[in-house]
Design a protein around this ligand. Structure first.
Ligand code: KIV
Length: 271
């Protein structure tokens, strides 16, 4: 019998919601981290356009390009054996026309080998989601704080405050489900709002900064590993402090080199 794990599918994730099993999603941007999170058992690896801020030092996700997402999608895919891999559609790759969205999301699946794309927006994006699903492209929606609309939303802030806003979010979630999305990321909203959305749809919701009642949770890997110590929102739990470890290791290496302690005989080759 093969040792290859059974890959997670879109249907598995929908079944997990029905069976009350929580879904674990993390971002990864390269094959090495992707293989580590996959071996640690995450269900979904997201190649988020957050890579533009986390890896590239940009202020927002807005300048991420389709080629960038395809490159990172393909190297993440190379590192994963079990998890479902999804790639974020970057800003302007799907908003201008449905034809653009089909061509660009099609390129993502074709050129990376990942199983799904994620795009931001609610009822306004439902026709686009339907068109992608109709040509066989699985789609994850994204509601609440949608980073590509950061300027229109007035910055990084909690969404869904007030009954009108809540009703709009619930309607958006239902529109995405009706259009064929198989899951929805809920970012930065009160727990009660995420609970109402989660109960209103039969597809799984994956929360980030949206409380414990979602069907799953996602974090940006570099944030939860403490590699990005300047980013400290209330919702973030750090499971390691790798920035400190990296700095300590690098300064120990520097001191060893400067003092002539490295390399010693044990790290050197005989003739
Ligand atoms: O880009 C990203 O990493 C995301 C997650 C925060 C959900 O969209």
């Amino acid at each position: 019998m093969s040792n290859e794990p059974k890959p997670v599918t879109v249907l598995d994730l929908v079944r997990m919601k029905r069976e009350g099993r929580r879904i674990v999603m993390l971002t990864a941007y390269d094959a090495l981290f992707a293989s580590l999170v996959d071996e640690a058992g995450v269900d979904v690896v997201l190649v988020g356009d957050s890579l533009n801020t986390v890896l590239c030092g940009e202020e927002t996700t807005l300048s991420a390009t389709l080629d960038q997402m395809i490159y990172h999608g393909s190297i993440v895919r190379a590192g994963v054996r079990r998890a479902l891999v999804a790639v974020d559609m970057p800003f302007l790759s799907y908003q201008v026309s449905i034809e653009d969205a089909k061509r660009n999301a099609g390129r993502v699946l074709k050129e990376t080998g990942v199983q799904a794309v994620k795009l931001e927006g609610g009822a306004n994006m439902a026709p686009t989601v339907r068109a992608l699903v109709e040509i066989g492209i699985p789609v994850i929606g994204h509601l609440g704080f949608t980073p590509q609309s950061m300027h229109a939303l007035g910055g990084y802030r909690v969404q869904g405050r007030g009954e009108d806003a809540v009703k709009r979010l619930v309607a958006d979630a239902k529109a995405l489900e009706d259009a064929g999305a198989f899951s929805i990321v809920l970012e930065l909203m009160p727990s009660e709002v995420a609970r109402r959305i989660t109960e209103a749809v039969s597809i799984p919701t994956i929360g980030i900064g949206s409380g414990p009642q979602c069907d799953g949770q996602v974090l940006v890997l570099h944030d939860m590993l403490g590699l990005n110590p300047g980013f400290e929102p209330k919702f973030l739990k750090r499971y390691a402090e790798l920035a400190d470890s990296v700095k300590q290791a690098v300064s120990a290496f520097g001191a060893d080199v400067r003092e002539g302690r490295y390399p010693d005989e044990s790290h050197s080759y005989d003739e």
